[in-house]
Design a protein around this ligand. Structure first.
Ligand code: RNT
Ligand code: ZN
Length: 418
């Protein structure tokens, strides 16, 4: 019954889109090739599996205590597979260093090795999930407010060693999966109050990055992530946007754009075309900042839609990597994965369905009313029928049907966790 409706609506949608010059079948193919990098840290509130893992530091915060968070590697894997089963298509998994399979061994951050991620590599292969990676500078006794920018040389070297080792892990992952592993470097380094040494810390961070990136690898790619401020680090962020753009442009590194890491009215979408002229590729951390970098679950909102539209309009689909980065501990966490991932996919679908050729024709002709009118009408074209078909084709629940399934998993599994 539902299938019949989806089919009918899809046929009509195809005709409506064809009338404005959009080939829906082609869009469906492109969508199949659009892979998100699911962040592993929504499942357990960014805690990870280090022995004695404590509280989250580094200026980031999860709020809420909804029951059922994943407490160990098996639960996390089970939850991620469950979530992925409601997300159409095939996707990557983005791991943080603290999610290694340490087997109860105390492995300090400057001791991590590829072998601690061997079981992840095997698991990824088994489940057709390629891996991406992140060094982890937060939630550690040596985190403080400064890591890679720490004037204490022994602490700085500790974090340099950690980040170097993480790159070796990423290289092993990339080699194992036959596809580059994208490794993100984000450090929280900053200052709560006014500092009179802005230059000094930035010089140190630059030097640390130079040491870290001295080794060339073939199977991993580096990306660097800025932000405006962290909690408890409000006055100064060493790795600001200007800092990393300068570094990325001069060292040919990918820039990570976290949608929560800019001033609230700043358009992240507008950055895409400028950055792609100067850096090789971009990594996204798609999030939803509410008043600050709150990391709410991604929804199909205007900023996200505009960001994906810009990527499509730039013809840059294959120069961008699509990571998600949010952590809401106040709702069902599997549901959070599914809602945010499907929202990102819907944004990409709508971006791909834009009648771009016609819009550009209008613009070239100076037909500006016509351009605005079509942009407005395009918002209400039946993209939803295409989305339903995409879900149907991929054997995942159509529309809101996944709600009941997530509830069932909660009743059967996550609610039983202590
Ligand atoms: C923090 C950054 C960073 C983290 C993850 C856990 O503000 O966004 O990307 O969210 O690495
Ligand atoms: Zn981020």
């Amino acid at each position: 019954m539902k299938e019949e409706l989806v089919n009918k609506a899809y046929e009509i949608a195809k005709e409506r889109y064809a009338a404005v010059g959009v080939d829906v079948e082609k869009v469906m193919e492109t969508m199949q090739d659009f892979h998100l990098s699911l962040h592993c840290w929504q499942a357990d509130d960014v805690i990870g599996f280090e022995t004695g893992a404590g509280s989250l530091t580094g200026g980031i915060q999860t709020t809420g205590n909804y029951p059922g968070r994943a407490r160990n590697i098996d639960e996390l894997r089970q939850d991620i597979l469950k979530a992925a089963s409601y997300i159409p298509g095939t996707h990557r998994l983005n791991l943080h260093e603290i999610y290694g399979d340490f087997q109860g061994e105390p492995v300090d951050r400057d001791q991590v090795e590829p072998r601690h991620f061997q079981s992840w590599m095997d698991w990824g292969k088994e489940h057709n999930m390629k891996l991406d990676f992140n060094s982890t500078s937060f939630s550690h006794p040596k985190s403080g407010s400064l890591t890679l920018a720490n004037p204490d040389e022994s602490i700085r070297q500790f974090w340099i060693e950690h980040t170097k080792r993480c790159r070796a892990v990423a290289e092993a992952m990339g080699e194992a999966q036959g596809d580059p592993c994208i490794m993100n470097v984000w450090v929280h380094d900053g200052s709560k109050d006014i500092t009179v040494n802005r230059m000094k810390y930035r010089e140190l961070l630059k030097d640390s990055l130079d040491q870290i990136f001295a080794t060339e690898y073939k199977n991993m790619k580096d990306c660097i992530e800025s932000k405006v401020f962290g909690i408890g680090l409000e006055s100064y962020t060493v790795g600001s946007n200007d800092f990393y753009i300068g570094y990325g442009v001069s060292h040919n590194k990918m820039i990570t754009l976290d949608t929560g890491h800019f001033h609230p009215t700043e358009s992240v979408a507008d950055k895409v075309s400028s950055l792609l002229l100067y850096v090789p590729e971009l990594m996204l951390h798609v999030s939803r900042p509410i008043r600050w970098d709150s990391d709410h679950v991604t929804i199909m909102d205007d900023p996200t839609l505009e960001l994906f539209q810009e990527i499509v309009r730039c013809g840059a689909l294959d120069r961008v990597h699509y990571g998600l980065d949010y952590f809401d501990a106040s709702i069902n966490r599997i549901g959070a994965y599914v809602v945010g991932s499907r929202a990102a996919q819907k944004c990409m679908l709508r971006a791909l369905l834009e009648p771009l050729a016609q819009l550009r024709q209008y613009e070239a002709n100076g037909q500006l009313f016509e351009r605005l009118a079509l942009l407005e009408e395009a918002k209400a074209l039946p993209w939803n029928a295409v989305w339903d078909m995409f879900c149907l084709k991929n054997n995942v629940p159509v529309g809101e049907d996944f709600i009941a399934e997530v509830e069932k998993y909660e009743a059967d599994v996550t609610s039983k966790r202590g």
